[in-house]
Design a protein around this ligand. Sequence first.
Ligand code: ASP
Length: 405
Amino acid sequence: MPKLSLSTKIFLGIILGFFVGFIFGDSILFLDPIGQLFIKLLKMIIVPLIIASVIMGVAEIGDVRKLGRLGGKTVLYYLSTTGLAVVIGIIMVNVMQPGVGVNLTLEKSPEAAPPSLIDTLMGIVPANPFEAVVNMDMLPIIFFSILIGVVLTTIGKKAKPLVSFFDSLNAVMMKLTHWIMELAPYGVFALMAVIVAETGGDVIIDLAKYMATVLIGLLIHGFVILPLILKIIGKGNPFQFAKDMSSALATAFSTSSSSATLPVTMESIEKNAGVDNTVSSFVLTLGATINMDGTALYEAVAAIFIAQVYGIDLTFAQQLLIIVTATLAAIGAAGIPSAGLITMIIVLNQVNLPLEGIGLITAVDRILDMVRTTVNVWGDSVGARTIAATENAVNRVESAGAGKS
Ligand code: ASP
């Protein structure tokens, strides 16, 4: 039997899981712990990996001005691509009008309230870095790691022991990621089977047009807009790059978590796509937390869908407000399953739409979450690869599509 590559095995896991869940239904729910175990293993390495990788990335950049430029570029890139995703969503939902003629059957809306913008901003600075580590709060961890990395570049010889420590920790975490990924085909198989078994067919039919609107928007962003950016600005070959990132994309799809996928995204972009750690560490870790193109697009579509269902006409100004708030809500969403559903409260509040509307779309959220998380991770990856190209930090010239530079 020919030896299959890991990413092929992962895709087989997804497909097989789909059929097993579909055919056997509830009776395969006992597989759930296998999928959860896989997610736990990935989560286990996130914090040490982020710390080691960001500190090393920043220390290797070595120049605060260069870091500032990279930071500025990254934020600008992320804001513009997220904004673009929202605009695609708004166009799609206005063209397809999925909410017109839908009957209201409300389920309970989520109770958790999202943090306010000022809380999120204040939360970036940890009062206690160890508390941030224990709670897995990504932004404060990233902030503290950046500071340590910067300081390491300013203390000369004294930096040496810590730099070699984090360098070694980084290598250990990468290796561990590699090992955990060997289990990915089984993990994603179990995750898929359980998701399919738990999602009833009826709700999908009721909300088919809404789902189609979100999915078509996501496909346009993922298959057209992001590849164009990669090709034009990043001078990369989108097909090759998608292949390089395929394990990360499949993991995002099956776990619905950008954060849990982060170790795989980092490993793939450095080992397969040749992006230097100086760029990938910073751009990807930040991206997993704040850059969510898929979530932003989905929030815009969902908010306007809810307005359509309730027969509320949104003015042009209100739709503009949705562009801003959906972008912010996506930035505020954590990289975990259903986070986007919760931060949607921000969008609905801003344009005075009924919060109960969230109950309407909860039933199909998991399926959309899988696809939007894949687009989120794809957006982070394209961002890191594109920014790396502008920083001359891509170590491998792709066989096709890349110009000689
Ligand atoms: N699950 C998404 C992610 O981790 C966030 C969301 O849209 O719910 O990227």
